[in-house]
Write a protein of this length. Structure first.
Ligand code: UT7
Length: 336
């Protein structure tokens, strides 16, 4: 007879999670539409009308992925009231870190002094931050980590072809961060997420790294089938947002803020209409001054809404990210 196997320790008692702090870093250099229009034969009016973008921030040399992430992370830790040694995991969502290996997260963890943290990157483009919040929430609830740093960071200007009419005016740079930690009450609703890889070429790096030089390019650029992505976002993302509201066990009228990925002001307006978002619920419109910063857009918009008093601390916010993949993720969160 084999002896009875010992049962494994359950780790911690199951617990809830919530976002305890957010932070953001916006590069110093403001780039108005007037700076990008000549190379794409466009106009300030066209860009504002078709996308809602007035200006964007582009990072200078010293505003690296790590430097921007560290600045955002320090603010988020200060709001959460924790120190770097308390971090159990560091997650970085980005598609513009220039190294395939190592990931940005361990470099960031070292920069912050997060010596006790596991660290890895998430590649889910504009949905990366919401993927990060989903993973962080489960890590905390399952007892793997007490505190998780989630950073969404991009230097999209490094991957932008200034002569490409479909993207040259769209992208911006920046970093946003959140600390997820334990909570006595549920603070992060169930995540609704997915990916349609059959449409992998709708937003993509123009050529793989191995072919950049043979294609006669100095660096790769991200290209986009703008209209196709626009239609997908408008038709498919409102139902995903509604599923996240339903999964959280609330109604849309319970929301204190709607914080969608900042891809295009017209996509935001269309989602508001389809969701029948009640008037008076504040909506993130950071895209006007920040443009589309991919993984950074939702945490940057969240930080701004809290700082400017547009959304209440402790309020309920619906966040939804969507983009290359085509991947998406949405959840309702309690604001820190
Ligand atoms: O973050 C990840 C998710 N990304 C998104 O969700 C982005 C989704 N897509 C979009 O936001 C929009 O497709 C864009 C803002 C990128 C483009 O706007 P659009 O309304 O879809 O433009 P379009 O490509 O349908 O072009 C409309 C017209 C065309 O002229 P005709 O054929 O109607 O005479 C284009 O040639 O505008 C012309 N056009 C431009 N004109 C001035 C296209 N690009 C430009 C330009 N400046 N940059």
């Amino acid at each position: 007879m084999p002896s009875a196997r010992p049962s494994l320790s359950p780790g911690v008692t199951p617990r809830h999670s919530r976002i305890l702090g957010v932070g953001g870093y916006r590069p110093r250099r403001v780039v108005p539409n007037s700076e990008v229009i000549e190379a794409i034969d466009s106009s300030d009016e066209w860009i504002q009308e078709r996308s809602g973008i007035k200006s964007r921030r582009w990072a200078s040399e010293d505003e690296t992925i790590i430097a921007m992430s560290a600045a955002a992370a320090r603010d988020a830790m200060a709001m959460a009231g924790i120190t770097p040694d308390q971090l159990g995991t560091v997650l970085v969502a980005t598609v513009t870190w220039m190294y395939n290996t190592p990931a940005a997260a361990p470099v960031l963890a070292a920069e912050l002094g997060a010596t006790n943290a596991a660290a890895f990157d998430i590649s889910a483009a504009c949905a990366g931050y919401c993927h990060g919040i989903a993973i962080a929430s489960d890590l905390v609830k399952g007892g793997t980590s007490d505190y998780v740093l989630v950073v969404g960071v991009e230097r999209l200007s490094d991957f932008t072809d200034p002569t490409d009419r479909g993207t040259a005016f769209i992208f911006g740079d920046g970093a946003g961060a959140a600390i997820v930690g334990p909570s006595e009450t549920p603070g992060i609703g169930p995540t609704v997420w997915g990916a349609d890889g059959t449409r992998w070429d709708a937003i993509q790096q123009r050529e793989p790294w191995t072919e950049v030089v043979s294609a006669g390019k100095e660096k790769p650029a991200i290209v986009m089938q703008g209209q196709a992505v626009f239609r997908w976002a408008v038709w498919s993302m409102a139902p995903v947002a509604q599923q996240a509201i339903d999964a959280a066990g609330i109604t849309i009228g319970d929301l204190d803020a709607f914080i969608p990925h900042q891809a295009n002001m017209r996509i935001i307006d269309s989602m508001i209409k389809t969701l029948k978002l009640p008037e008076g619920i504040p909506v993130a419109r950071d895209i006007a001054e920040t443009a589309n910063t991919s993984a950074a857009s939702i945490p940057l918009a969240t930080e701004r809404m809290l700082r400017e008093g547009q959304a209440p601390h402790g309020g309920l916010a619906l966040q939804i990210g969507f983009g290359a993949g085509l991947s998406y993720a949405a959840q309702v969160v309690v604001l820190p």
